[in-house]
Design a protein around this ligand. Structure first.
Ligand SMILES: C[S@@+](CC[C@H](N)C(=O)[O-])C[C@H]1O[C@@H](n2cnc3c(N)ncnc32)[C@H](O)[C@@H]1O
Length: 248
């Protein structure tokens, strides 16, 4: 580890301690606490990412997995190598910094309910370009996200499905009592639980058209709707999501 690396990791540690101390103080205001919790989360990601970067200073791991899942969380898929910013995963890596795989080596790259958690345009467009780079010729990128048009189309009236959406998306959350109208559901797609430290906020909303545009701009030849396959995707994500398959 270089002197510069040591210095920067000890400043991050000092910052983490200061944040933890401020969060314990009753005088810390709600607004400041929200910002500090977000910073604490980023510090956690940064630590995992830095540890992996030290192991792979070239920015590429030695392995060349043919099937890769990004941002899978606890959802494992047989035969897929999992990259996520936090455990459990085969590799901890902040994908906003790129995909640590060699050019043209991956046959299938899968993610669901991941893309909306990275900022747009900088990180989302970079991710699309990185996906294109690591895929082999005719390799495929499968992407699922909450479908913005699913909640926007029925606005302002809402439908009988609004109640179902509230049940499915907020049924187990502390804020259930505060999700009351169809507009609250629209807010879910655009920002999700910005307030609740247990959940990762949404940074951008997507629909089929936006996914086609994003991946076409990154160089993919064909982007089409993907027929949901529960062998790969999580059945709990099917309802209210849009999936596409982009071919290099
Ligand atoms: C809402 S969870 C979805 C998990 C799983 N795909 C599912 O559908 O249940 C979002 C996942 O993306 C991961 N993630 C968010 N930002 C990331 C980043 N910058 N790099 C890598 N993974 C990230 C999170 O750690 C989390 O596992």
């Amino acid at each position: 580890m270089s002197a510069h690396d040591t210095e920067s990791s000890s400043s991050v540690d000092a910052l983490a301690q200061q944040i933890a101390a401020l969060l314990r103080k009753p005088s810390t205001t709600h607004g400041l606490a929200r910002t500090l919790r977000a910073a604490a989360k980023e510090i956690n990601l940064h630590r995992h990412h830095s540890a992996s970067q030290k192991a792979w200073p070239s920015g590429h791991i030695d392995q060349m997995p043919r099937k890769v899942q990004i941002g899978g969380g606890s959802h494992r898929i047989d035969g897929f190598f999992n990259i996520d910013a936090v455990p459990p995963a085969d590799l901890l890596w902040d994908v906003r910094e790129g995909i640590p795989l060699h050019d043209g080596t991956v046959r299938e790259l899968f993610s669901e309910h991941f893309l909306e958690h990275i900022d747009y345009p900088r990180s989302a467009k970079y991710y699309a370009r990185e996906a294109y780079r690591v895929l082999a010729p005719r390799g495929q990128l499968i992407t699922g996200v909450p479908d913005a048009s699913f909640v926007l189309d029925p606005y302002p009236i809402g439908t009988s499905e609004s109640t179902e959406m509230i049940r499915r998306w907020y049924g187990n959350r502390d804020c259930l009592a505060d999700i009351n109208t169809h507009l609250d559901l629209i807010n879910y797609v655009f920002r999700d639980q910005d307030d609740d430290p247990k959940y990762n906020p949404h940074y951008w909303a997507y629909d089929y058209e936006k996914l086609v545009q994003l991946f076409t701009e990154a160089g993919f030849k064909r982007v089409e709707r993907w027929d949901f396959d529960p062998e790969i995707a999580s059945p709990k994500r099917q309802w209210g999501s849009v999936y596409v398959i982009a071919t290099k």
